[in-house]
Design a protein around this ligand. Structure first.
Ligand code: GLC
Length: 613
């Protein structure tokens, strides 16, 4: 009780202060309509919407530790900690992180602040090369760069007037004129790219008052009043420094603040500094301050209608450099994620975590360049694309959308070329003016395209092998309004639901190099939109591989559910068609949700099939 009235008291005080203090009197950036709906500030998002692909950089003191800490924790106990890894034996004393990235090591290993601070003397950035980073972003096809100026460990990559816990107190600072941000901002802009700033304004394990939980406080939090003092002492002055020094195009807040007055203040600082800065939505936990774009992390919900969205994703499993993390994502997977984000009218912000010397791991560089080469040839299918009218993925991959010079283009990205020489593109109900294979532009190839009543396009005489190791793009052009219908899957009485045609959310896709499959974890859901054109009983089967038996649930909505049993196939390499059972479905549109419940948690599925009996 006491706690609550205490909090209210301070909220009132600060409200009164804001009214009487002219210095912080600002135009209210967001207004609430009478119905309680949020009215958003109008900001020009056009460059951001055209860009579609950017680079995220996580660089800081955690890069020195690279995912490993050997020392004492806050309780004074000796600890050997690794952010990712594997115990070698039962007696192995290495403690493995709970899944956060290596930039969370201070928290995860409960490192005392004083011990962590000592790593600043090893932060050299001796091979930090902003131009090389920008060149890499350019060869990757990226249009903007966002760097962590201060992450949750509180360390500033610029020379801040309000703290010594910054770059100027490291060997890197001496080498780089007390600033790692300025040369990167300059190189980025000189290359014609946009520059953004990531700033953790709320979560901060280093300074008193930052929101945690805080290892130094036995994982407790500071009080509201302490947080207020933290915001006044550090956050507002630092944000002001960043805005005045670097004039960012994007301000990327991290870790939402729970108190409205702080959110208002942060928001106002950015908006009053320039009307053109685009902000993300992690400013506040309150719905009123949602910024200009949503930031799903690592995976997005493809079923959601986003207004503006940027999927941020790591190339392995960590944001900060982690010497133990070799779980690098394949270039095909990254391209597939980019195109699915673009399909929803969104961007991909792909992360690199430089080593403490400033170099970017070779695996990242190679993958970025491979994806970049593809983008360079197929750029029309990415930049300036808008929300695709085909929101659900088509068989074999997503379709992006763009209007250009009066022509509407549907770019269909085919990640798996099945060798049959024919291809169905269900849902395109009228003949396009032209279909071009954009990869590579090869005049010798002539194929036939036919619009088949009630199904979609049927393309025949195609080459049997795919052109690119990555994916083949079809540019389907319409000078008039195309007729599109989502959910059509029925071709010759068989509804085929392949891995790449699913809305997958947090589910992984594997085996891109051969035949892509869903690598499925118990409980996780995948979705398909399905149009049933005739009432009838449908037999469902699945092409799957797994070590143990389990259950697969097919939920068609309205309590229409089929639960199938899958048997072991003695491993993840032996794919086998298995019968899941029959279900009666009436004509209509369905969103089919499929979940797996497996004894060993993992199951691989290449395809589902629904056959009308
Ligand atoms: C989360 C994590 C952080 C990472 C960020 C990127 O907020 O705390 O480590 O910087 O997401 O989106």
């Amino acid at each position: 009780m006491q706690g609550i009235s205490y909090l209210k008291f301070f909220l009132n005080i600060s409200f009164t202060l804001c009214i009487i203090c002219n210095g912080c009197k600002t135009e209210e950036p967001y207004k609430q309509s009478e119905g309680g709906k949020v009215i958003k500030r109008e900001v020009d998002m056009s460059w951001w919407n055209d860009a579609r692909y950017g680079m995220f950089i996580h660089y800081g003191i955690y890069s020195v530790l690279g995912g490993e800490y050997i020392g004492k924790n806050v309780e004074g106990m000796p600890i050997h900690f690794q952010s990712v890894g594997r115990n070698n034996s039962q007696s192995d004393s290495v403690k493995i992180g709970a899944g956060a990235g290596a930039e969370w090591i201070l928290y995860e290993a409960s490192i005392p602040r004083e011990s962590y601070r000592k790593y600043a003397s090893s932060f050299t950035a001796e091979k930090y090369d902003p131009q090389a980073i920008v060149d890499l972003a350019l060869s990757a096809g990226m249009k903007y760069i966002i760097i962590t100026t201060k992450h949750h460990d509180g360390f500033c990559l610029w020379d801040s007037d309000v703290t010594d816990w910054d770059i100027s107190h490291t060997p890197a600072g001496i080498r780089w004129n007390h600033d790692l941000i300025a040369p990167l901002a300059e190189a980025t802009r000189n290359a014609g790219l946009k520059f953004g700033i990531y700033f953790s304004h709320t979560r901060d394990w280093m300074y008193p008052g930052g929101i945690g939980p805080i290892p130094e406080l036995q994982m407790k939090e500071y009080s509201y009043i302490e947080n207020q003092s933290y915001m006044e002492t550090y956050t507002y002055p630092m944000v002001t420094e960043l805005l005045n020094r670097y004039h960012p195009d994007i301000f990327w807040w991290d870790s939402n603040n729970p108190y409205e007055e702080f959110a208002i203040r942060c928001n106002s600082l950015v908006i009053n500094s320039s009307p053109t800065i685009i902000q993300n939505n992690r400013i506040s936990t309150l719905p009123l301050y949602q910024g200009d774009f949503a930031t799903p992390e690592q995976a997005m919900d493809e079923n959601e209608e986003y207004e503006n969205m940027e999927l941020c994703m790591t190339m392995n499993d960590s944001w900060g450099y982690n010497q133990f993390d070799n779980g690098w994502k394949r270039p095909e997977y990254i391209l597939w994620c980019l195109l699915r984000a673009n399909k929803l009218g969104g961007n991909l912000l792909l992360n690199v975590g430089p080593r403490s010397d400033g170099t970017i791991p070779e695996e990242c560089q190679t993958t970025l360049k491979i994806v970049g080469q593809w983008i360079n040839i197929n750029s029309d299918g990415i930049y300036e694309t808008q929300k695709s009218p085909l929101r659900f993925n088509l068989p074999y991959g997503p379709a992006t959308w763009r209007k250009k010079n009066g022509i509407q283009h549907l770019y269909y990205h085919i990640f798996y070329w099945d060798g049959s020489g024919e291809l169905w593109i269900p849902g395109i109900m009228n003949a396009p003016d032209e279909v071009a294979l954009s990869f590579p532009a090869n005049p010798q190839i002539s194929f036939q395209v036919k619009a088949v009543e009630g199904i979609g396009l049927h393309i025949t005489n195609l080459p049997q092998t795919k052109f690119s190791d990555m994916c083949t793009m079809l540019d389907i052009k319409f000078s008039n309004e195309p007729k599109l219908k989502e959910g059509i899957r029925d071709i010759n009485n068989i509804i085929r639901l392949d891995a790449l045609g699913a809305q997958i959310g947090h589910v992984a896709i594997d085996d891109f190099e051969t035949k892509p499959c869903i690598n499925w974890y118990s409980g996780r859901q995948i979705n398909y939109k399905i149009l049933i054109t005739r009432n009838g009983t449908y037999k469902i089967s699945a092409l799957l591989a797994g070590f143990y038996p389990g259950k697969i649930t097919f939920d068609f909505g309205n309590k229409l559910t089929l639960i199938g049993n899958n048997r072991t196939t003695s491993g993840h390499d032996n794919f086998e068609w298995q019968n899941m059972g029959n279900i009666y479905l009436k004509q209509g549109e369905y969103i089919l949700s499929i979940t797996a419940d497996q004894i060993d948690l993992w199951l691989k599925v290449r395809e589902f099939k629904m056959e009308r009996q």
